[in-house]
Design a protein around this ligand. Structure first.
Ligand SMILES: Nc1ncnc2c1ncn2[C@@H]1O[C@H](COP(=O)(O)OP(=O)(O)OP(=O)(O)O)[C@@H](O)[C@H]1O
Length: 368
């Protein structure tokens, strides 16, 4: 059976400015109804990728196909209006002299009254059809912009931080409604964001970018729980990093031994753990909990700082074994006092062991 044709296909995309690659060999496929988030730090090339897909930026090399049709590639560059794409940006710029209805109709073309009415109803603005943009709230204007972008039934929707101008409470509702409508329409969505929370909330798949390349791609759950390296882990939350050296495929730490099956002796490793995966126990006359296979060996420290964050407290512990600081989050009902001695252990199934890129003594810490 033939594989379904992707709605949007980016193949080996390169974009250079003044000879410098800003997008550097990026490939991605989006299926109908699929939401893909391009996520990455500022300047990694997210918006440039989106602009190439839209046709407002030329590709230096590589190909872009929409429903199998080549829209950009060697000798080919279809302008944005010929690509069957919709676009939504942070500054969504409605026409100020047109009503909500007329703004949406502008996108839909002639003979589209029913489609315009339907779209305005679906974004919850049936009763505001005759209002002008300045008579609408920011969230309502954003809904009009969505209806306008959807009006011509685009096959692909390109969105660049479209919700970042909205206040927090408004944003979650609009995000969810927008997604629902886009899924109903079967539109493939490529959404650019630098906010991991937004990507995890919205995406079917996340493409994590760094320096013009995709470094990891997959469902949010997989990217969060199986990061490709410490930088990827650290992009989604605060992380703690323990350093160690491999000996006999293991690394000894104050929290017990960690397996390092593929690493050579003397390779420097980083053991990464998120603050919510540390366990905290009271000091009972100088001893802590007994070691267990799931939590390893506990180590003692003293509270250096504790901050109440609402549903949780963030506790910074200065560890006795080396004076380093480890961060742990605990339920907000606890806020330990500075100086309190506590024991920390690590949920071993939540630790990631990576060869240390920066400090490796070996040219290749991996076996083979
Ligand atoms: N037209 C241009 N000419 C020269 N350099 C450019 C041009 N457009 C973008 N760049 C550079 O390319 C790099 C990537 O920019 P891009 O806007 O794609 O990043 P981004 O990941 O979307 O960042 P942000 O999250 O800050 O928007 C940046 O260093 C930027 O300065």
């Amino acid at each position: 059976m033939a594989l379904p044709t992707p709605r949007l296909e980016l193949r080996d995309l390169v974009c250079r400015f003044d000879g410098m690659p800003v997008v550097d060999g990026l490939s991605l496929e989006l299926m109908p109804g699929q939401v893909t988030c391009l996520l990455g730090p500022s300047g990694c090339g997210k918006s440039t990728t989106l602009r190439m897909a839209a046709g407002v930026e030329h590709v230096t090399s590589g190909e872009i196909r929409i429903d199998g049709q080549l829209v950009a590639g060697p000798g080919v560059h279809l302008p944005p209006e010929k690509r069957a794409i919709g676009m939504m940006f942070q500054d969504f710029a409605l026409f100020p002299h047109l009503t909500a209805e007329a703004n949406v109709a502008f996108g839909a073309g002639s003979g589209s009254e029913a489609r315009v009415r339907d779209l305005l109803a679906r974004v919850g603005l049936a009763d505001k059809a005759r209002k002008y943009p300045h008579q609408l709230s920011g969230g309502e204007q954003q809904r009009v912009a969505l209806a306008r972008a959807l009006a011509p039934r685009p096959r692909v929707m390109l969105m660049d931080e479209p919700f970042s101008g909205l206040d927090n409470r408004l944003r979650d509702g609009i995000r969810d409604d927008t997604l629902e409508i886009l899924k109903e329409e079967g539109t493939a969505v490529l959404l650019v964001t630098h906010e991991p929370d937004e990507a995890m909330r919205m995406a079917d798949q996340i493409a994590l970018m760094r320096r013009g390349r995709i470094v990891q791609q997959g469902a949010p759950y997989n990217i969060y729980n199986n990061p490709v390296d410490s930088e990827a882990a650290g992009f989604f939350s605060d992380i703690n990093i323990l350093h160690g050296v491999v000996k006999d495929f293991q690394c000894e730490t104050p929290f017990g031994k960690f397996l390092c099956p593929n690493l050579r002796d003397e390779a420097d490793v980083e053991i990464i753990i998120r603050p919510q995966h540390l366990k905290m126990d009271f000091d009972r006359n100088g001893s802590g909990p007994l070691p267990t296979p799931s939590d390893g060996v506990p180590a003692r420290g003293a509270v250096a700082r504790a901050r109440f964050m609402g549903h949780e407290s963030l506790v910074e512990m200065r560890m006795e074994h080396d004076g380093s600081i480890l961060k742990a989050t605990i339920p907000g009902v606890f806020l330990p006092r500075e100086g309190t001695k506590l024991w920390l252990s690590l949920r071993r199934d939540r630790c990631f062991v990576f060869p240390c890129k920066a400090q490796s003594k070996l040219s290749n810490p991996l076996l083979n």
